[in-house]
Structure formats: structure tokens, C-alpha cells
Design a protein around this ligand. Structure first.
Ligand SMILES: Cc1cc2nc3c(=O)[nH]c(=O)nc-3n(C[C@H](O)[C@H](O)[C@H](O)COP(=O)(O)O)c2cc1C
Length: 196
């Protein structure tokens, strides 16, 4: 059975936000499937912005993010749920990833003078990115080439060794009917059961 971390990265704690229901449905499905589940709700955490390379390389994960960074290391499958904001992840998630995907947690620089390569420390983990958006999902994927989500996948998750990274893009969510919404929640539940 898998160890699944569900990261709800919606900045707005308003329970009406679809992302919260999606994260709940995934976590419920994962528990039904017999998987171990941990959850992180970024909107409920208060943590500082990373402001320098010096802090990134020599600092440590802020206290408020320790349980989250421990959970990233613990998990073998990580699910990120967020709304598309200005074509990409909300700033809150970027701020979280800058603090957590740092040397010592996510990768290790080569020893000075060895000429070696940066080593990934999170190899062996997989991920799923679940994104809600106002526009139709096909428009984001084919006209915008899914650039913001591709950046999360390639420049962040693949970079630290997390692979494969699968995607669920849900479009026109603000206008969605109750039955459409219910279908999305069922899809999340099924993915959770399968740890997919
Ligand atoms: C600051 C901001 C920027 C947004 N940018 C986009 C965007 O670039 N493309 C898009 O399709 N929708 C955009 N939206 C709409 C959100 O994606 C949409 O409200 C959200 O996915 C709804 O899901 P939720 O109920 O979980 O918040 C934006 C919304 C906000 C608040």
C-alpha cells in the first residue's frame, strides 16, 4: 500500500472552493484504498518567503513547514491540487516549493572540487497535479501549451527526481453544473483508491 501526501495549495480557505472538495475526495479515496494518507493545507500555514540564494543553500526549512517537508520525504506519491492563477500555480505554492525543494531536502549539490553532478534526493516518488481553471482545459493545453503546469512538472518536480508526474486539468469550473462537479469528485476518489 502506498504512502500518499495530498497538498491542497488553494490560498483561499473558503470551503466553497472546488479545490478543497477535490483534495478531500482524493484523500477519502486513498484511505478507502487502504493507503496511508497525510495532508498539507497551504492556506492554513503561515511561513516566510525565501529571499536569498544564501538562505536557499545554507538555511533550513522554516519551522511552520517542517511537518510538510517531512511528509514530502515520507511520501511515495504526492498530489498537488491548485487553481490556475495567471496561467500557473498561485504564488503561495511557489513560495512553499521554494522553501521545501531546497538542498538537503530535495537535492544535494556535488562535493566541491569533485566535478560531480547535483543529486536528486526525492527519486522514486511519483506525483499528480490537479488543476482547476476558468478557461476550457483544451485551450490551456493546446493554445497555451500548459506552460505553467509544465513548469511545475519539469523545472521543479522532475528536477528533484519526482517522476512520473501525471496531470488532471479541469476546465470551466466556475460554470460547472452540480452533476459535472460530482463527476470530478468521483474521478478524484477513484484516483485516490488507485494511488494514481
Ligand atoms: C488571481 C486569479 C487568476 C486567475 N487566472 C486564471 C487564468 O490564468 N486562467 C484561467 O483559466 N482561470 C484563471 N482564474 C480562474 C481560476 O482558475 C478559477 O477561479 C478556479 O480554478 C476555480 O476553482 P476554485 O473554486 O477551486 O477556486 C484566475 C483566478 C484568480 C483569482
Amino acid at each position: 500500500m502506498g504512502k500518499i501526501l495530498v497538498i491542497n495549495a488553494h490560498p483561499d480557505p473558503d470551503p466553497a472552493r472546488l479545490c478543497h472538495a477535490l483534495a478531500d475526495a482524493y484523500a477519502a479515496g486513498a484511505a478507502e484504498g487502504g493507503h496511508e494518507v497525510r495532508r498539507v493545507t497551504l492556506g492554513a500555514l503561515d511561513f516566510p518567503l525565501l529571499r536569498s540564494m544564501g538562505d536557499f543553500e545554507r538555511g533550513t526549512v522554516p519551522e511552520a513547514l517542517r511537518p510538510a517537508s517531512d511528509a514530502v520525504i515520507w511520501a511515495d506519491h504526492i498530489v498537488f491540487v491548485f487553481p490556475l492563477w495567471l496561467g500557473t500555480m498561485p504564488a503561495l505554492l511557489k513560495a512553499f516549493l521554494e522553501q521545501v525543494m531546497r538542498p538537503g531536502v530535495a537535492f544535494a549539490y556535488p562535493e566541491k572540487g569533485t566535478g560531480g553532478f547535483t543529486r536528486t534526493l526525492l527519486k522514486g516518488r511519483s506525483a499528480r497535479i490537479v488543476v482547476t481553471m476558468g478557461m476550457p482545459a483544451f485551450l490551456y493545453r493546446y493554445w497555451y501549451l500548459g506552460h505553467g503546469v509544465a513548469g511545475v512538472r519539469r523545472n521543479i518536480l522532475n528536477f528533484v527526481g519526482i517522476k512520473p508526474v501525471r496531470e488532471t486539468l479541469l476546465g470551466m469550473v466556475t460554470a460547472a453544473s452540480a452533476s459535472k462537479r460530482a463527476g470530478w469528485l468521483e474521478r478524484m476518489r477513484a484516483l485516490g483508491r488507485a494511488a494514481g
